[in-house]
Design a protein around this ligand. Sequence first.
Ligand code: ADE
Ligand code: ZN
Length: 330
Amino acid sequence: MSVADLPKVELHLHLEGAAPPGFIRGLAAEKRLDISHIFAPDGGYSYRDFWHFLEVYEAATSTLKTPEDYHRLTLAVLEESAGQGVVYCETFLSPDFCGGRDLGAWREYLHAIQEAAGIAEARDGIVLRGIVTCIRHFGPEKAKETALCAAETAGDWLVGFGMGGDERKGKPGDFCYAFDMAREAGLGITVHAGEWGGAASVRDAMVALRPARIGHGVQAIEEPAVVERLAQEQVVLEVCPGSNVFLGVFPSWEAHPVQTLRDAGVPVTLSTDDPPFFKTSLRVEYDRLAETFGWEAEDFRQINLAAANAAFCDEETRARVLKILEAPDA
Ligand code: ADE
Ligand code: ZN
């Protein structure tokens, strides 16, 4: 058996970012929207760099206009994830895109996404949970409205709160109000940091927002004290190596610090972020990591167990997932 066939837990997947380009092109055609500028001649997404990626991401997302669109998207994404061997997944959802942060509209989008998740679970056995994310470059006031949507719908399915977007805009401390509201509602906390903002941004996010997990966090490698702190406090990193290499955070797979972070005792998990945008998939990531670092099935098993233990789901769901990871054929 290849390591790519192992059962997997994925904690860092943006729902819109996982949309197959053909799905988005189809929606654009149905709605007569011209977004041809976001596609390359080969049919994939096209952009120049991370900041242009964020614009293209928002243009692709502009085709998703109704709860029904998100229902279809969720089914398409989970079919792909199940094919990748994912047994448990957490996905980032943005009330900014789902109803413009209006609570009533957000409830309708969430209902549609959850309904699709239920269909996919019955069909393929894959379990999905949601994490509301605010978008950093939209600013702290919008983040408060987003956090209110999250707090009002927190529960067994909507289990976390996070922040994505342009890490070079604003400071983590600007978002304390939103994160405190989410924490008080019982949501698990994760935040994108150390993808573009350096080790200092990881430290700032840890101090200001006290996350249990950090999205990326890999630039912590620039400062040994930050790596040490991550290890000491056992803050879990949602590492997306293919995303980082594709976007140029690191020049190659060999230069990626995922192995060094593991060696330093930082809890590391593996995800794909926005797989079609980065021409990757979890199977591809596992194969590349095995090739690059000589990781074997036991390495990946440990990483998936760490991910299951860091999941924001209820204990009964966690136990179910752990059982599959420990004895995949049982
Ligand atoms: N939104 C979608 N993908 C993202 C990423 N890699 N970093 C920050 N925000 C994002
Ligand atoms: Zn991300």
